[in-house]
Design a protein around this ligand. Structure first.
Ligand code: UT7
Length: 343
């Protein structure tokens, strides 16, 4: 088979335009695996190992009522593929129109190649750049910001940006402080070149000094996993850091655009904990009705949570064209960031 280097590479990919060039969200999509796991299902599962939890505790501390777990043979790229197909369709495009693929994930199908390359293969397209971004729960914010920068600089015209995770695979079901929090799923957007800004401003940050607070410390060596490949988290330290950086990130993107928090129609935060989301909204003086909430039904799906929430809000009629959105995430690394969007 020959390598078709120029397939899906429009002329604008090669020639930088002189006028102002921005990017806008042309379509959104998402997919949840059908296996819905309620809090009571987890209460029963943990009880078999002598561990105690309750629906009341989980709802009160996190807002989570259910999450979805993929079947063991279903990979994150398979979830991402369906979300991508839905986003491409919503944008009124064909897979062949896509000229950049970025997938945010911490649970890729393989060490390599990237999920983005697998999604490209399964979409049946060839030649456009495709790579993964690993910034854990901030991954989608990182991926969206990189795609926006590539579109603005003339490096792409129609980017597929995906967040896809199977976090259930990383969970230690003997640790009740973490295993009740996470779920599986995928979300995607198509970002398209535009003469008006859709992505108005963004900010990305990281501080590796906090790596110990949230991690999966295993790695692959000599054909097996070295160390513990399950998720470890110091929940209360993460909680405090999350509320503090999410507030700052939202202010940073608003300040860059010369806008006030009151101008936000929807806050679409990383869906980790309802109390963190409400705390951030309170600091921004936003009423809770302006927060898009899916954590109750999805749990924390890491890099998938923001595009999943966005797609649910778009398809549910909450988010409409012309609305101003702040998307923001925080996660292991530590990483955090925000994107101000005129949808
Ligand atoms: O996606 C990346 C970002 N991640 C996050 O944003 C997560 C941030 N952290 C959190 O969301 C919260 O810290 C948790 C939900 C993880 C924990 O809530 P918390 O209010 O900070 O509870 P805690 O860790 O202080 O634990 C309170 C109590 C403890 O018992 P004692 O020591 O007071 O007797 C825990 O052992 O709750 C106990 N506990 C549980 N009880 C029933 C912890 N997990 C459970 C459980 N069921 N599943």
């Amino acid at each position: 088979m020959s390598l078709r280097q120029t397939d899906n590479v429009p002329s604008s990919h090669l020639v930088h335009s002189a006028g102002s060039r921005f990017s806008r969200i042309a379509g959104t999509g998402s997919y949840l695996p059908p296996g819905r796991v309620t809090n009571q299902d987890l209460v029963d599962r943990l009880a078999r190992d002598g561990l105690e939890t309750s629906d009341d505790w989980i709802v009160e501390r996190t807002g989570i009522r259910a999450r979805h777990f993929a079947e063991p043979h279903v990979t994150s790229s398979a979830l991402g593929l369906i979300a991508s197909q839905r986003a491409i369709e919503a944008a009124g495009l064909q897979p062949a129109d896509i000229d950049l693929i970025i997938c945010a994930t911490s649970t890729p199908d393989m060490v390599f190649p990237s999920n983005a390359c697998l999604i490209q293969r399964d979409l049946g397209i060839h030649g456009c750049p495709a790579f993964d971004v690993q910034a854990v729960c901030s991954g989608f914010i990182y991926a969206l910001t990189v795609a926006d920068a590539m579109i603005r600089s003339g490096g792409a015209t129609k980017a597929l940006v995906v967040g896809a995770e199977v976090f259930s695979r990383l969970l230690d079901f003997t640790d009740r402080t973490t295993c009740v929090l996470f779920g599986d799923g995928a979300g995607a957007v198509v970002l398209e070149a535009s003469d008006k800004p859709g992505i108005v401003s963004s900010c990305l940050h990281a501080d590796g000094q906090y790596a110990h607070m949230l991690n999966v410390p295993g790695n692959v060596s000599g054909g097996s996993v070295l160390g513990d490949a399950t998720l470890k988290m110091d929940g209360s330290s993460v909680f405090k850091l999350a509320v503090s950086v999410l507030d700052k990130a939202a202010h940073e993107v608003l300040d860059k655009a010369g806008r006030d928090p009151a101008s936000i129609d929807w806050l679409i935060p990383h869906q980790a904990n309802l109390r963190i989301m409400q705390g951030t909204a309170k600091k921004l003086k936003l009423p809770p009705e302006k927060i898009v909430v899916t954590v109750d039904q999805h749990g924390n799906t890491s890099a998938a949570s923001i595009p999943l929430a966005l797609d649910h809000a778009v398809r549910g009629g909450q988010v409409q064209r012309g609305h101003s959105l702040v998307l923001e995430g925080v996660g292991g690394g530590f990483t955090w960031g925000a994107v101000l969007v005129d949808y």
